[in-house]
Design a protein around this ligand. Structure first.
Ligand SMILES: Nc1ncnc2c1ncn2[C@@H]1O[C@H](COP(=O)(O)OP(=O)(O)OP(=O)(O)O)[C@@H](O)[C@H]1O
Ligand SMILES: [Mg+2]
Length: 465
């Protein structure tokens, strides 16, 4: 059977593709001329056997066939078509007096029949209607596919909140027709996961998924990391090197933290996006690229480009498809589900018992601000599992309402001190709206120490601006 996906190319054509079968050359010629005049695209066949080959490989919209022909007749053709695709409309042309046969044919799956001599207008009209009906069926099948695929994505990208449901729909749709995409979301909201889902749900899923963290590559190495280089391209290039972009051939290139890409490299990336071509450093050979580029960012690229921190043309290029992942605190409804998912997974991994959180625990979880979003929730769920059996409560894990200091806890002193320290830094950042100098003063900490502690506790200044 033809996979229904194969029709996706024909779904949006604005003229129906007709296959016309008749052993009478004169009829074939005249009929095809009418249909073409009516704006249809027609292929003619004198024999059903050859027509059938075409039907199986291409995916025409409507078949019009004479019944009585040498070799395979129209009735058999209609049955074969129904085997290939039960929704493919076949209009049979019968000689006078063959009505009984035609009625049986319809029962066997043919779509319609007309008696000879065929009125041109009537025929185009019937074809038009068959085509419209077919498009409806294809559209429905496509929607059903999207719903089915969305259902399986539900187990990978969890959440029942309306925003996450919508995000899953967008992912399935984008994956079907990949265009360069940017994913926008705060730290730990699931940008990389969304990029992976896009890749896995796309026709490129068999190809590689290559992730590049633009924030982690020193400016001077950017070009050779991404483009690769030939041996001797510059001092130090002792070996040929394949760049990350080339590694992604046939698959997906994920450019994380695209906002930290050096401006002078952004123009080069823009060229890659537009021309889908690449030259390794020190080489004049052009490589044609077959890659899907997905970028992720924590900042608002539009304002960044307005301020000159990001190239505007590059922003517009990505802006075609933008996915936005809201903070966890804006989808509190997902918190219990995500928490028990991560906790159960951790219990399995660490071979610990899983104790469902109490109602009180859930309330604390839902009310917590989750600056670190899903990643932070995952960390807490893991610590919860590791501490089960002792007196540790979720509230103490979250460090809220003095719980860190006052609640008896099985944490070692070190861990409690660290939690308290992280809490103080967060509070100060909140108070000073992310102003690092004021936080340094407030906590009498040198910049480097503050910086190191923020990295250690995964506290991001951006989250408090
Ligand atoms: N909706 C979700 N369902 C299941 N797991 C999720 C979901 N969202 C995020 N996660 C998990 O949370 C963790 C953080 O997600 P991810 O690394 O994709 O975030 P990110 O936005 O790329 O973070 P960062 O900004 O720090 O790079 C991962 O382990 C990811 O699998
Ligand atoms: Mg990430």
């Amino acid at each position: 059977m033809i996979n229904h996906n194969d029709h996706s190319q024909t779904e949006y054509s604005d003229q129906p593709q007709i296959i016309l079968v008749d052993d009478d050359a004169a009829v074939l010629k005249a009929t095809s001329q009418w249909l073409r005049l009516a704006g249809m695209s027609v292929e003619t066949f004198a024999r059903a056997e050859t027509a059938l080959e075409q039907i199986a490989t291409k995916s025409p919209d409507v078949i019009v066939s004479d019944i009585k022909m040498p070799g395979m007749d129209g009735l058999t053709l209609a049955r074969r078509c129904a085997d290939i695709d039960p929704d493919l409309p076949v209009i049979l042309i019968t000689a006078h007096g063959d009505i009984k046969m035609a009625v049986k044919a319809i029962r066997d799956g043919a779509y319609d029949f007309m008696e000879k001599p065929v009125e041109p207008e009537l025929l185009t009209d019937r074809i038009q209607r068959a085509w419209e009906k077919r498009q409806l069926i294809l559209e429905n099948q496509k929607l059903k596919r999207i719903v089915d695929r969305g259902a399986s994505l539900e187990h990978r990208l969890l959440g029942r909140s309306p925003v996450i449901r919508q995000l899953r729909q967008q992912i399935v749709q984008l994956a079907a027709t990949p265009v360069d995409t940017v994913i926008n979301g705060a730290t730990g909201t699931g940008k990389e996961l969304v990029a992976q889902c896009l890749h896995e749900w796309s026709p490129r899923s068999e190809g590689p998924f290559v992730a590049v963290n633009c924030g982690a590559i020193p400016d001077t190495l950017f070009e050779s990391e991404l483009f690769g280089h030939e041996k001797g391209a510059f001092t130090g290039a002792s070996e040929k090197r394949i760049g990350k972009i080339e590694y992604a051939m046939g698959g997906t290139l994920f450019l994380d933290e695209i906002e930290s890409m050096p401006l002078n490299f952004q123009i080069k990336l823009l060229r890659v996006l537009q021309e889908r071509k690449l030259e390794r450093l020190g080489s004049n050979k052009t490589i044609d690229l077959d890659i899907w580029i997905i970028a992720a960012t924590k900042v608002n690229l539009e304002s960044a480009s307005a301020e000159g921190d990001f190239r505007e043309d590059l922003y517009y290029r990505f802006n075609v498809a933008e996915l936005f992942i809201p903070r966890l605190s804006e989808r509190q409804q997902d918190i219990p589900l995500l928490f028990s998912h991560f906790a159960q997974k951790a219990a399995y991994q660490f071979e610990r018992p899983y104790m469902p959180p109490t109602d009180d625990d859930l309330t604390s979880l839902i009310e917590y601000p989750w600056q670190g979003n899903v990643r932070q929730l995952k960390n807490i769920a893991e610590r919860y599992v590791l501490g089960v059996g002792a007196t540790r409560s979720i509230r103490s894990l979250l460090g809220g309402n003095d719980a860190t200091i006052n609640t008896p806890s099985s944490n070692g002193l070190n861990e409690r001190v660290q939690q308290f320290e992280a809490q103080l830094i967060i509070q100060s950042l909140q108070k000073h709206k992310g102003n690092i100098s004021e936080v340094m003063e407030d906590l009498t900490l040198p910049r480097r120490t503050l910086n190191n502690k923020m990295i250690q506790y995964e506290i991001k200044r951006k989250d408090y601006l």
